[in-house]
Every structure is written in C-alpha cells, then in structure tokens.
Design a protein around this ligand. Structure first.
Ligand code: FES
Length: 107
C-alpha cells in the first residue's frame, strides 16, 4: 500500500502498471483501504480492501469479467454494483479510472 495524493477527480493511488493484468492490489485512497483490479481486457475496478464477510484480502481474489471472488470463503461480488451472488452483504465498489498513467479512485 502507498500514500496517495488527491486531485479534483479523485485519489491518485498508484500507477496502472502497479497492478498486473488479471490481478488486484491494495492501496490507500485518502484514509480508506481499497483494492484496485486491472482485468485482462484492460478495464479497471475498485472495491473496499477487506471482504465484508470476514475481512478477507479482496485484492488477492480471483476475477472474471463479471465478478470478484474472495480468496477466503469464495463469496463472489458483482463488479456492477458490489452485490453478492449468494445474497450476502455487498462489497463497496468505487469508481476508478486511469489518468496520465495513474490510477484515480473516487470515494
Ligand atoms: S472473508 Fe471473504 S468470503 Fe469470507
């Protein structure tokens, strides 16, 4: 995790290449721990860092085009709105975009 800077469009948490394609990484945006994912299609997603079930490290989860799967108990959360595919508590999702090679998360 790294300290962030704030711009008018959000919190700069790192560079796009800090997140290898198909993986996630944990960052701090302001005072919020977030997980940022770069899918193999190049799309970016961000969620809260800790799983709402039991605090699992979501940045280490498996992903596909539709969902993030927590590594601890395999609950799946939809990128679209953070809802759980099994009816459990949702995960917080945040808008994230690339700006001049930087990852910018909006809280
Ligand atoms: S901690 Fe994530 S599914 Fe249990």
């Amino acid at each position: 995790m790294s300290v962030t800077a704030q711009t008018t469009s959000g919190h700069v948490v790192g560079r796009v290449e800090d997140v290898p394609p198909g993986e996630g990484r944990a960052f701090v945006a302001g005072d919020v721990q977030v997980a940022v994912f770069r899918l193999r299609d190049g799309s970016l997603h961000a969620t809260q860092a800790a799983c709402p079930h039991a605090g699992g490290p979501l940045a280490d989860g498996q992903t596909d085009a539709d969902v993030l799967v927590c590594p601890l108990h395999l609950y799946a959360y939809r990128w679209r709105d953070g809802s759980s595919t099994s009816g459990n508590a949702p995960v917080q999702v945040y808008p994230v975009h690339e700006e001049d090679g930087h990852l910018v998360v909006q809280l």
